[in-house]
Design a protein around this ligand. Structure first.
Ligand code: FEO
Length: 399
C-alpha cells in the first residue's frame, strides 16, 4: 500500500495487516485489521497521530519517506496500547526533533511500556489546543474507551475526529473511506463488543462530549474512515443504550447429545413464539461472533452438561467471557443434562456477578430429556416470551 490522501495535506500513513488472525492472543480477526496513522501538514508544523504495530514500522517510515517528510514536530499518542504506540521509539529516533504530545497518564504508561524518555514528551490538558499554523487540533480526554488514558484529537476547520480505537473495526480493506457499508457495520459492532462493551457508560459520556463538535469525518485507528459519521454515531448510540432486542443467545456444548437435544427443543419453542434465537456451539464458535450477539440481545441461556461435578470447561469459558464483557442482557438462565448431580448451576450463577439480569427458572435434566423435561423447556420459552413482550429489533445505523 501507499500513503493515502484523506484531505489536502492530510494523509493516512499506517499499515494494513491482511494476515493477522488473533489479537491479544484472544480475539479472532477473520478480516485482518489495520493500524491507522495520520499525518497532518500545517503551514508551520507537521503532526503525526498515532503510529503502528511494531512489525509494520518499516511501512510507516516508507510512507513518510514517500511523502518527502523530513521533519515531524509532534507525534500525538491518543492511546498507549502498543498496536498504536509500539513504533514510537523508532519514529523518535528517525525524527529527533519530534515531541510526543499526550496527556500525563498516557505519558506515564508510555514510559513504563516503551521506555520513552521523559524529555521527549509534551503533556497537554483536556480541551487544550495546539496550532500547526493554518490548522489547529484540540485534544479531548476519553478515559476508558478501554484503557484509562485514551484521548481523541479533533482537527478544527476540516472537522476530522481522530478517534483512536473508538468507532474502529478490525477490517483490512484497501478502501480508505466507508459510507454506509453493512460489512463495516458488522465489523465495527463486533469490535465494540470485544473491546468496549464493558465500558458502555464511559462510551456514552464520550458520545455526549463530541456531540457539539462539527464532525465531517471520523478517522479511527482501525478499519476504514467514516465519511458519513452519522452512520457509526447512530450505531454506537444504539449499542450503548439500555435498549435490548427480542433475541435469545444460547452458547452451548454437549458431550453425548442430551444437552444438544434440549437446545434444539428450546430453539424450536422460541421460534414458535416468534423469538429470534442464536445458538452458538462452543466447540466451534468464533468468540467474536458470540460477543457481537450479546451487544443487544435480551436473554442469555447457557446450555451445558455437567462434566464430573461442574459445568463443561467450554461453557465456563463462555460464562467467564460474558461476565468480563458485561452485556446489557436482562434475563439469564441455564439448561443442561447431568449424570449424578454436581454444582453446575451454582458455579454458573457465582461466575456472573457483573450481570444485572433476572435469573429465570433453569432446566436441569438427569440423562436424556424426557417428555416432562421438554415440557419444562416449553415453560421456559413461555417465561422468556412473556418478558420479551413489547421488545422489537434495533435498527440503529445498521444495514
Ligand atoms: Fe487498538 Fe486499544 O488498541
Amino acid at each position: 500500500m501507499t500513503a493515502r490522501e484523506m484531505l489536502p495535506g492530510i494523509f493516512e500513513v499506517g499499515a494494513i495487516d491482511w494476515d493477522r488472525r488473533l489479537f491479544d492472543e484472544l480475539i479472532p480477526l477473520p478480516q485482518g485489521t489495520s493500524y491507522n496513522s495520520y499525518l497532518i501538514r500545517g503551514s508551520e508544523k507537521t503532526l503525526l497521530i498515532d503510529t503502528v504495530d511494531p512489525p509494520f514500522a518499516r511501512t510507516l517510515l516508507d510512507h513518510l519517506d514517500s511523502l518527502g517528510v523530513k521533519t515531524i514536530d509532534y507525534v500525538v499518542a491518543n492511546h498507549a496500547e502498543q498496536d498504536h504506540s509500539g513504533t514510537l521509539g523508532t519514529l523518535l529516533a528517525r525524527y529527533p526533533m519530534a515531541r510526543v504530545v499526550t496527556n500525563a497518564k498516557c505519558r506515564d504508561m508510555l514510559k513504563d511500556l516503551l521506555l520513552i524518555p521523559d524529555d521527549r514528551f509534551q503533556v497537554i490538558q483536556d480541551r487544550e489546543k495546539l496550532s500547526l499554523g493554518d490548522r489547529t487540533v484540540e485534544f479531548l480526554f476519553a478515559p476508558w474507551v478501554h484503557w484509562p488514558e485514551t484521548m481523541l484529537t479533533y482537527l478544527h476547520g476540516d472537522g476530522v475526529l481522530f478517534s483512536c480505537d473508538l468507532f474502529g473495526s478490525h477490517y483490512a480493506t484497501s478502501v480508505l473511506f466507508t459510507d454506509e457499508d453493512p460489512v463495516v457495520y458488522e465489523a465495527a459492532k463486533r469490535y465494540y463488543a470485544e473491546i468496549m462493551m464493558p465500558f458502555r457508560s464511559s462510551i456514552r459520556e464520550h458520545l455526549q462530549t463530541i456531540a457539539p463538535l462539527e464532525i465531517r469525518i471520523i478517522a479511527p485507528s482501525h478499519g476504514p474512515v467514516y465519511r458519513k459519521p452519522a452512520f457509526i454515531l447512530s450505531a454506537y448510540r444504539d449499542w450503548v443504550s439500555d435498549r435490548v432486542e427480542n433475541r435469545v443467545v444460547i452458547p452451548y456444548v454437549s458431550m453425548h447429545g442430551s444437552t444438544a437435544a434440549m437446545v434444539r427443543c428450546l430453539v424450536d419453542a422460541l421460534v414458535a413464539r416468534k423469538i429470534p434465537v442464536q445458538p452458538f456451539n462452543l466447540t466451534a464458535t468464533d468468540t467474536g461472533e458470540l460477543a457481537k450477539a450479546l451487544v443487544d440481545a435480551a436473554t442469555l441461556v447457557v446450555a451445558t452438561p455437567t462434566t464430573l461435578f461442574s459445568p463443561h470447561p467450554k461453557a465456563m469459558y463462555a460464562v467467564y467471557l460474558v461476565n468480563l464483557l458485561r452485556p446489557k442482557i436482562r434475563w439469564v438462565t441455564v439448561i443442561g443434562s447431568y449424570g449424578w448431580g454436581g454444582k453446575t448451576l451454582q458455579m454458573i450463577k457465582e461466575n456472573l456477578p457483573h450481570l444485572k439480569a433476572e435469573f429465570l427458572e433453569p432446566v436441569m435434566v438427569k440423562g436424556f430429556p424426557k417428555a416432562e423435561d421438554l415440557a419444562a423447556l416449553d415453560r421456559l420459552a413461555d417465561a422468556i416470551a412473556e418478558r420479551h413482550r413489547g421488545l422489537g429489533s434495533l435498527g440503529g445505523g445498521g444495514p
